[in-house]
Ligand binder design. Structure first.
Ligand code: NDP
Length: 338
């Protein structure tokens, strides 16, 4: 299948590209600059232009950004849209988080309808952020599933960058389903909704400072930053990046996936467990928390409960366990100086 993958320089997209190439698909991926093209090419020196090619889209928040990228020879059949900001280094929530998420998503759907009628299916990387109820958080007695929608509105953000991120993912996913319902374009939609994504990095990372957001707590634990107190675990659901990548590809390879959201999560974790795993496998890191270090538990609300059965039944996921994910993440970060 001829696939357009957006945001190819990202943590999740790098693994998705890997699964696409392994499964024999022909991929064009969008990145923001030539420098990022060169980095990805280095990972696949033997893959020809017919299997892996590139398009530059410098800013997905610009209207019409994808108008040209959706056109190719041979024409695309599938789009995987992963590009969206996930970091908290933000001063303007609307411009830096919400606009790229929402305009990026609606922009690519419009571009497909306008310029690329051969595209029959679109998979969007949404998030547990679009499922969670931020007022209820772990919501004792409730099992989160694809049936849940984050009820946030713009007024609920109140200047909080993390709520701004959750809103950006919620508004983007809602806009995508609404577009398909209203416009009845010639393509169908699926979304992949992961919670915290951990696991090895396979993209060419410049240095540890530029690590993707969700793996930062693993880096910080190994660097000794949690020595005196382990920080609050936050949303205690997680998934390995390799499972998220497989989900994106299965979401178009399997016809039953059409029209569905997929809540891809292995289950619960907390920061204490992450520290324990690193201590067990990497004795060279001396400043790790011990059993008696405070913090890092599930917090007052207890662990989140989630139903991942749809992702297992429809996408065929077999989830990688936490221990393997953390060990593989640390090993991968050692190549960039951890
Ligand atoms: P990364 O930061 O590694 O990837 C984000 C990607 O989006 C990068 O390729 C980035 O390009 C691109 N991007 C961001 N803003 C823009 C913009 N304005 N214009 C063009 N490209 C842009 O994070 P992840 O791989 O973790 O995230 C990928 C997707 O997964 C996102 O949609 C995120 O919301 C979602 N997600 C991630 C989770 C996680 O825990 N990691 C959990 C749930 C969902 P560049 O690198 O050049 O800035």
């Amino acid at each position: 299948t001829r696939v357009l993958l957006t945001g190819g320089s990202g943590f999740i997209a790098a693994h998705t590209l890997d699964v696409l190439l392994k499964n024999g698909h022909s991929v064009v991926t969008t990145v923001r600059s030539q420098d990022k093209i060169d980095r990805i090419k280095k990972i696949y020196p033997d893959v020809g232009k017919d299997k892996l090619d590139f398009a530059i889209v410098p800013d997905i928040a610009v209207e019409g950004a994808f108008d040209e990228a959706v056109v190719s020879t041979p024409p695309f059949e599938v789009v995987l849209h992963t590009a969206s900001p996930f970091h908290f280094n933000v001063t303007d929530i609307q411009k830096q988080l919400i606009d790229p998420a929402v305009i990026g998503t609606t922009g690519i759907l419009r571009a497909i309808k306008k310029n690329a009628p051969t595209i029959k299916h679109v998979v969007i990387t949404s998030s547990f952020a679009a499922i969670i109820n931020p007022e209820k958080m772990a919501w004792p007695g409730h099992t989160y599933s694809e049936a849940d929608w984050n009820p946030m509105t713009l007024d609920d953000i109140k200047g909080s960058v993390s709520l701004g991120y959750r809103a950006s993912k919620t508004f983007a996913e809602k806009a995508a389903w609404k577009y398909v319902e209203d416009e009845k374009p010639g393509f169908t939609l699926s979304t992949v909704n992961p919670p915290m994504v951990f696991g090895p990095i396979i993209h060419q990372l410049q240095d540890l400072d530029n690590l993707n957001t969700s793996n930062q707590r693993i880096r910080d634990a190994a660097l000794g930053k949690f020595k005196d107190e382990i920080p609050d675990s936050g949303v205690t659901l997680w998934v390995d990046v390799r499972d998220v990548a497989k989900a994106h590809v299965a979401a178009f390879e399997k016809p039953e996936a059409v029209g569905k959201r997929f809540f891809t999560t292995q289950g619960t974790y907390n920061n204490k467990q992450i520290c324990q795993i690193i201590r067990k496998h990497f004795p060279q890191y001396k400043d790790l928390p011990t059993e008696s270090t405070p913090g890092g538990d599930y917090g007052e609300a207890g662990p989140f409960t989630a139903d991942n059965s749809r992702s297992i039944e429809v996408l065929g996921l077999k989830y990688i366990p936490l221990e393997q994910s953390i060990v593989d993440c640390v090993k991968s970060l050692q190549s960039v100086g951890l």
